[in-house]
Design a protein around this ligand. Structure first.
Ligand code: F6P
Length: 550
C-alpha cells in the first residue's frame, strides 16, 4: 500500500477540520453531553485497564484517529516488524525485540536463522548462570559466594535493568545487593562499591557495542578496584561477566567470552531490557520471575498484533499521543506512576520515547512538516503533587498525563493504599473539570482569592490501572509503551530505531578530552565560548585543593 505524506492523508485533513470543532470545547461540556463516555472510552488488555475518556476527544475523534492509523499503514508496518524486515532503514536493520519474548516453541526465520532458537539458547545460559550465582555455587576468586551484583552500563544498558530492579524489588532476593553504575562521573562508581566486599562482588559489564566510553571507563575502574582489593589479576575471571553483541571487544577487554551473554544488532539498546541485558533482573527475581516478565511482554505483543485498532491499547495510546502533540501542540507528557516501585519508570520511558521519536526527518530523509515526539518526564505520585503539579493545574502550559496505578499494594499497610489511589482519581478529575469562578463564589471563597483559585481544567489524562504490580504486568506495561512509540513513529513516518542525534556530542567530547588533560596550555581551535570555558576549567583545576576535598 502507498502511504501519502502525513499532511496529505485524508484522515489528517479530516482531523484538522474536526480539531477546529473540538478545540473550543471543554471536558465539562463534553462529559455533560455524553455522560456515559467514561464507560465507553476505555479498553482493557493483559491486566491493564486504560481510561482515555478524559482526553479532549469524541467518538468521531477516535474514529478519525483510527482511520489515520490505517491510512498510515500501521498494520502493514507492524507486520513487517514482526517478520523481521529491515524497518530500521538508516541502520539497515531488523527491529525484533518482540522475538526476545517469543515462546520456545515459536520460530522466526530471519536471514536464514531462527532467531527464537538463538534467544532461548541465551536464556538457557542466563538461567544456568543465574541459578549458580543464586544458589551460591558460583564462587568468587577466594571461594566465597556472590552477594553483590554491580551492573555497569548506560542508556539502554542501564535504565531497563535499574528500572526493572526497582520495580520488582518486592520479588527480588533480599540477601543479594544490587547496584547500578552508569555515570562516567567517578562518584557513581566510587559510591557504588565503597561498602562492598570485592571477594563477594560480581560485575556485569553491559554494553551492546562494548564501545561506549562511559561504560568502558567504569569497567576499567571496576577491574582495577577488584584487582587492587583481591591482589590478583586472575580474579577477573570469576568476578566479571559481559552482556554484549560484540564478542571481539569483550575479549579485548579481558573478559572470557565463555562468560559473555549475547544479544543481537536487531535489538535496540532502549528495547533490550528483556534480552541478556536483563541478566541483573534475572539474578534478582530468578529465572522463573524473568520468564513471567517475558510472558507479560509477549502477551501485549500479541494483543498489539491481533486486536482491532479501536480496542488495541498501544494503538489507542499512540494515536492519542499524536492527537495531543500534533493538533493541540502539547509538547510534553508527564508519566506519573502511583506506585513507588515504579520510581525509575519515567527515566526509562524518557529514553524509550525520546531517543525513538525525537526525529526531524522522515524515513526518506525529508524534513518533517509537523511535530514529532514530545518530551516525556515524571515522578511517582503523590510526590509530584507537592512539587510541580501546581503548573500542571494552573500553569500556562498544558501537560497531558499518564497516571499509572494498581488496585492492590504489595505492602498493604493501614489506609496507605486507598489514600494513594484516591489521589489518582482526584487528580484526573481536577485536571479535567477544574473549578470555575462561579463554583468558587458559591462555596463562599473570598473575592480576593477567587481569580487565584480558578482551575481552568480541560487538561487531558490517561489512567492506566492494573490489579497489582507483578513481573508479568511490568512486561505488559513496557510492551504497551514500546508499541505506542511504534504507532506514533509510524504515523510520523520516522525511523524510531536509530539515534544519530547522540553522535556529535561524543565526537566533540573525544576531541576535548586531551585538551583538558594536556599538561601545558593547548592551542584551542574552538568558538570563543567553548575556548573560554576550557580555559576557565583548566585554571580552576590548577587551584589549590580546598580543605576536606582531595
Ligand atoms: O549514546 C546512546 C546509546 O547508543 C543508546 O542508544 C544506548 O542505549 C546507550 O548509548 C548505550 O550503548 P551501549 O549499550 O552500546 O553501551
Amino acid at each position: 500500500m502507498t502511504v501519502r505524506p502525513l499532511r496529505q492523508r485524508a484522515a489528517w485533513t479530516a482531523l484538522e477540520a474536526h480539531y477546529a470543532q473540538i478545540a473550543p470545547r471543554h471536558l465539562r461540556e463534553i462529559f455533560a453531553q455524553d455522560p456515559h463516555r467514561g464507560e465507553r472510552l476505555r479498553a482493557e488488555a493483559e491486566g491493564l485497564y486504560l481510561d482515555y475518556s478524559k482526553n479532549r476527544v469524541t467518538d468521531e475523534t477516535m474514529r478519525l484517529l483510527m482511520e489515520l492509523a490505517t491510512e498510515s499503514g500501521l498494520a502493514a508496518r507492524r507486520d513487517q516488524m514482526f517478520r523481521g524486515e529491515h524497518i530500521n532503514v538508516s541502520e539497515d536493520r531488523a527491529v525484533l525485540h518482540v522475538a526476545l519474548r517469543m515462546p520456545r516453541d515459536a520460530s522466526l526465520i530471519v536471514d536464514g536463522i531462527d532467531v527464537v532458537a538463538q534467544v532461548h539458547a541465551v536464556l538457557d545460559r542466563m538461567t544456568a548462570f543465574a541459578t549458580r550465582v543464586r544458589s551460591g555455587q558460583w564462587r568468587g576468586h577466594t571461594g566465597r559466594p556472590i552477594t553483590n551484583v554491580v551492573n555497569i552500563g548506560i542508556g539502554g544498558s542501564d535504565l531497563g535493568p535499574v528500572m526493572a530492579y526497582e520495580a520488582l524489588r518486592f520479588y527480588s532476593r533480599r540477601d543479594l545487593t544490587f547496584r547500578f553504575v552508569s555515570n562516567v562521573d567517578a562518584s557513581d562508581f566510587v559510591e557504588a562499591v565503597r561498602d562492598l566486599d570485592a571477594a563477594e562482588t560480581l560485575f556485569i559489564i553491559s554494553s551492546k557495542t562494548f564501545g561506549t566510553l562511559e561504560t568502558l571507563t567504569n569497567a576499567h575502574s571496576a577491574r582495577s578496584w577488584l584487582i587492587g582489593q583481591l591482589g590478583d589479576e586472575s580474579a577477573v575471571a570469576q568476578h566479571f561477566v559481559a552482556v554484549s553483541t560484540n564478542a571481539a571487544k569483550v575479549a579485548a577487554f579481558g573478559i572470557d567470552t565463555a562468560n559473555m551473554f549475547e544479544f543481537w544488532d536487531w535489538v535496540g539498546g532502549r528495547y533490550s531490557m528483556d534480552s541478556a541485558i536483563g541478566l541483573s533482573t534475572m539474578l534478582a527475581i530468578g529465572p522463573e520471575g524473568f520468564a513471567e516478565l517475558l510472558a507479560g511482554f509477549h502477551a501485549m505483543d500479541e494483543h498489539f498484533r491481533t486486536a482491532p485498532f479501536a480496542q488495541n491499547l498501544p494503538v489507542l495510546m499512540g494515536m492519542l499521543a499524536v492527537w495531543n502533540r500534533d493538533f493541540f501542540g502539547f509538547s510534553t507528557v508527564g508519566v506519573m506512576p502511583y506506585d513507588n516501585y515504579l520510581k525509575r519508570l519515567p527515566a526509562y520511558l524518557q529514553q524509550l520515547t525520546m531517543e525513538s521519536n525525537g526525529k526531524h526527518v522522515t524515513l526518506e530523509g525529508t524534513t518533517v512538516a509537523y511535530q514529532t515526539g514530545p518530551i516525556y518526564w515524571g515522578e511517582p505520585g503523590t510526590n509530584g503533587q507537592h512539587s510541580f503539579y501546581q503548573l500542571i493545574h494552573q500553569g500556562t502550559t498544558i501537560v497531558p498525563l499518564d497516571l499509572i496505578c494498581f488496585a492492590k499494594s504489595l505492602n498493604p499497610l493501614g489506609e496507605h493504599h486507598d489514600i494513594l489511589s484516591s489521589n489518582v482519581f482526584a487528580q484526573a478529575q481536577a485536571l479535567a473539570f477544574g473549578r470555575s469562578e462561579e463554583e468558587l463564589r458559591d462555596e463562599g471563597v473570598p473575592e480576593l482569592e477567587v481569580a487565584h483559585r480558578v482551575m481552568e481544567g480541560n487538561r487531558p489524562t490517561n489512567v492506566l490501572m492494573g490489579e497489582v504490580l507483578t513481573p508479568r504486568l511490568l512486561g505488559s506495561l513496557i510492551s504497551l509503551y514500546e508499541h505506542s512509540v511504534f504507532t506514533q513513529g509510524t504515523v510520523w513516518g520516522i525511523d524510531s530505531y536509530d539515534q544519530w542525534g547522540v553522535e556529535l556530542g561524543k565526537v566533540l567530547a573525544a576531541e576535548i578530552i586531551p585538551e583538558l588533560e594536556a599538561p601545558s596550555d593547548p592551542v584551542l581551535a574552538h568558538d570563543s565560548s567553548t575556548k573560554a570555558l576550557i580555559e576557565h576549567y583548566r585554571a580552576l583545576k590548577k587551584k589549590e585543593v580546598p580543605h576536606g576535598a582531595h
